[in-house]
Design a protein around this ligand. Structure first.
Ligand SMILES: *Cc1c(COP(=O)(O)O)cnc(C)c1O
Length: 388
């Protein structure tokens, strides 16, 4: 193989693309001025940010004034939820145990400050029933935060139906769309949500840039106090190169999204079919309503962690559970939330493909996994017990 490694952990982060690199470069050394400056060099920076805001809004079905740049997806999630509590003065938040830690830990923080958190039930397929939201909602709720697509099992939530329910009750709804933007069509207006978080580094822009889209008319409190950037709501000198990188990444990701996602889906289906041929193996989360590149598969009787480490020795980069939980041996909170037993959850491996992957990559991954799983099972007491 001429590649040094096969990268199949695109839900953790992605490689910065050439077009994004090219879009960022002029803003480091040529047009480096602080947008707040009075000279024409600064005007270029101001125009760039304005263009980025307009283009991102257009790609995602929003208005330019609805786009606020942040330093990352985590910041956008924190801002949305904390500010919704502050804005409404209400003390209850509805979310789910499937959420990213950026949402879950923010809710736990607010719980310590006196908020009540309601977690919606999570069925085994990883898709929340909007009717369960109807049962839980009330006019005491500050915000509902449900992710559009899950980072571990890739399942896609019925967010637009949930938005309708929220608006019947006059409740704000936020969605973490970090994994969704660029992988499935996302239209802010059509979704009907009030706030939407996104991040650059999951879609071939660099780490350290994201955005919160906030529906016009919602006067979200400021999150970072200081200068007048982002109409004073998120102060701090704008990261012009990264904002231009985010713009390019979103333009690239939303152009030809159908063709790209069909290609990635065909790779994913080949991968899943190949891996499910291994005995006592299962796909976690719904097979159809999930991100095209996501395969989360459990191999009974072994530890996903060991499998991932041995795959690294074959130059394959994949994840066991989610990147944020790697390093501790607790099964993933998402797999627990969908009711998996510890034995099955511990054997989980997350493989997330992108358009940079090939059929050859997939076939090599399947071959190596089959080989390693067999070896690991040969020395697994859990596996031997099951075989008896
Ligand atoms: C990666 C990720 C985040 C965090 O984004 P950062 O830009 O890394 O802070 C939040 N939510 C989901 C679903 C993610 O996958």
């Amino acid at each position: 193989m001429d590649k040094q490694y096969i990268y199949a952990d695109n839900a953790a982060t992605t490689r910065v693309s050439d077009s994004v690199m090219n879009a960022m470069m002029p803003w480091f050394q040529e047009n480096f001025a602080n947008p707040s400056g009075l000279y024409s060099l600064a005007t270029a920076s101001v125009k760039a940010i304005r263009q980025a805001r307009a283009d991102i809004a257009k790609c995602l079905g929003a208005e330019p004034g609805e786009v606020f740049f942040t330093s990352c997806g985590t910041e956008a999630d924190n801002w949305a939820i904390k500010s919704a509590v502050e804005l409404t003065g209400r003390k209850r938040i509805i979310t789910s145990k499937l959420e990213h830690h950026a949402v879950l830990k923010t809710c736990e923080y607010l719980k310590a400050k006196g908020c009540e958190i309601t977690y919606l039930p999570c069925p085994e397929n990883g898709i929340i029933e909007p009717e369960d939201l109807r049962k839980a909602i009330g006019n005491d709720v500050a915000v509902v935060s449900i992710m559009l697509a899950n980072n571990e099992i890739g399942t896609i939530q019925r967010v637009s139906e949930m938005a309708e329910i929220c608006h019947e009750y006059g409740v704000l709804i936020h969605t973490d769309a970090v994994q969704a933007v660029g992988n499935i069509p996302v239209d802010f207006k059509a979704l009907g949500v009030d706030m939407l978080s996104l991040s650059g580094h999951k879609i071939h822009a660099p780490k350290g840039v994201g955005a919160l889209i906030v529906r016009n008319g919602i006067n979200l409190p400021s999150f970072i106090h200081g200068g007048k950037q982002e109409v004073g709501k998120r102060a701090g000198t704008e990261n012009v190169p990264y904002i231009m990188g985010l713009r390019q990444a979103i333009l690239d990701a939303t152009t030809d999204i159908q063709k790209r996602s069909e290609y990635v889906l065909s790779l994913r289906e080949r991968l899943v079919d190949g891996l499910l041929k291994i005995e006592k193996t299962r796909l976690n989360g719904d097979r159809n309503s999930r991100l095209p590149g996501n395969a989360n598969i459990s191999f009974y009787g072994i530890e996903g962690e060991s499998l991932a480490l041995l795959l690294d020795m074959k130059s394959i980069c994949v994840s066991s559970g989610s990147a944020c939980t790697t390093g501790d041996t607790e099964p993933s909170h998402v797999l627990k939330a969908i009711g998996m037993t510890d034995e099955w959850a511990k054997g989980a491996l997350r493989i997330t493909l992108s358009e940079d992957n090939t059929i050859e990559d997939v076939d090599y991954i399947v071959e190596m996994i089959a080989e390693i799983v067999e070896k690991l099972r040969a020395s697994s007491t859990l596996w031997k017990k099951t075989a008896l």
